[in-house]
Every structure is written in structure tokens, then in C-alpha cells.
Ligand binder design. Sequence first.
Ligand code: GLU
Length: 286
Amino acid sequence: MITRFAPSPTGPLHLGHAYSAILAHDMAVAAGGTFLLRIEDIDQSRARAHWEQQIYDDLDWLGLTWETPVLRQSDNFHVYAQALDTLWEQGVLYPCTCTRKDIQDALSAPQEGVSQIGPDGPIYPGTCRPSGRPSGQRPNAQTLRLKMDTLAAQAPKSAVSFEETGLGPNGETGVNATNVATLAATIGDIVLARKDMGTSYHLSVVLDDAAQGVTHVVRGQDLFDATTIHVCLQHLLGLPRPIYHHHKLIRDSAGKRLAKRDDARAIAKYRTDGASPADIRKMVGL
Ligand code: GLU
């Protein structure tokens, strides 16, 4: 078993991160497997070296150990570019010039019974989607979207099912099957390359999980809905499919999910206040 914890160095780790990291670590150790740490810093405008250092310090203090060297996604932009070339040659990508506002305006006349929000935010109305296959060289420094209808037309049903050993937000567990035919309507043409980054969370995470041989993706329930996007990409890129284990989210006393800005719950804060790693385990129910 190979598990991983994949934080972004954009703020302090809080109790929710501690839970996720300890769970992924303990699952690997119990199975005699390997625990990996991956730094997800594709958003270079928000990633900071001191937050990355804090991640190492916090996890070390919690008593976790991981394989080195640690994969840092910002060292991997060439890998993501290569995968985009492959998808471009498959004819499943197209450039999009819409702004957030363009999309909002196009969606402002809601159609009854049609969902406008998918796992990746507002479902793209298709303004820039070409009817045919885009030709020529893949454009650089441009937003690229995935033509979900081509996937829906060519993929077998099993292409987008995955095994869940944890729990989705609505108690989903076991084999999770999605109807490929409805992907275009329920997820829409998601962004695979952001203009300012040359990649996206979805593309990078899928490529790195495969390259690192991750067998069990352990992460929060907030990412359960994104998993269908990830399995679509695994299908298109011919990548192996890990088992998914989504876990509960740690909430504050008002029931609100913890966020990076909730500094009060930062692991470092508990630590300076005198808590022990065992206290942290107890607080998150491990
Ligand atoms: N980097 C993501 C985050 O910090 C987690 C990615 C994943 O586990 O798939 O929320």
C-alpha cells in the first residue's frame, strides 16, 4: 500500500490536515506500506517557502515519517505540459478565453431543473467549445478545457467508476459508478490548464498519484466529487486507478469545516500552547 498526504504550502496546517496526514500515515504503516508527502505548489502566486518548512516541522513533530526526496509539484511542470500535449493530440482539449464574468453572465438565466454548479464550480456553458476537433499546435499560456462530450461519447461505463473504501459526503462507499452519458451535463468542460499555471489541480494530482504509484488516495470528503474528474483523466491518459478513501472533515464547534485561515486551529498554535502529539490524535479522534 502506498498512501500520500498532499498539502499546499499556502497557510498553516490545522487539525483537519493533521487528521488526514495521520490517517494516511497509519494506514500505510499498518499495511507495511509506504507513506509519501507531496507538496502541491502549482499556484506559485500563493505558495511560500516558510509554509512548506512549517509542513515538514508540523508533521515531524506529530511523529510522522515519509519517503524522501519529497515531490514538489513546481518541479514537475514539464510533466504536466507533456500530458496536455497528449490530450491535445487526442483532440479533447480546446482553448477558452472566457472570463469568470463571461461565464456568470452566460449562466445568469437559470434553466429549471438543470444544475449550474458541478464539482469544479459553475458548469461551463460551452461558449468557446469548437464543434470540430481543434487543430494545429497546442497553444501555450492559454486556458485549456476538456471536451467532456467526446469523453462521454467514447468511454465505456466502467471508465468512470472507482472503489471507495471510506465514505463520501452522502455515505457513498464501495463501487461508485457514474453514468458517462451525463458527465457533460453534471461536470461540464473543466479547466485542465490554467493560463497562469500551465496546469490545474486535477491534472497534476492525477499524474503525480500515478507517477508515485499511490495505491490508496486518502483525503477529505470535500474532494469526493472531484474524484469522477480524476478517473476521467486516468481513463484518457491510460493511468492506473488507485482506491479512494475519503474521510470525515474536522469541524469547529459551530460545525463549520476548518479552513487555512482558521489560524486558531493551527497545529503550530496547539504546539506552542503545550499540546502533545498524542493530544492532537485524541482531538481528531484517532
Ligand atoms: N492539495 C490538496 C489540498 O491541499 C489535496 C489534494 C488531494 O488530496 O487530492 O487540499
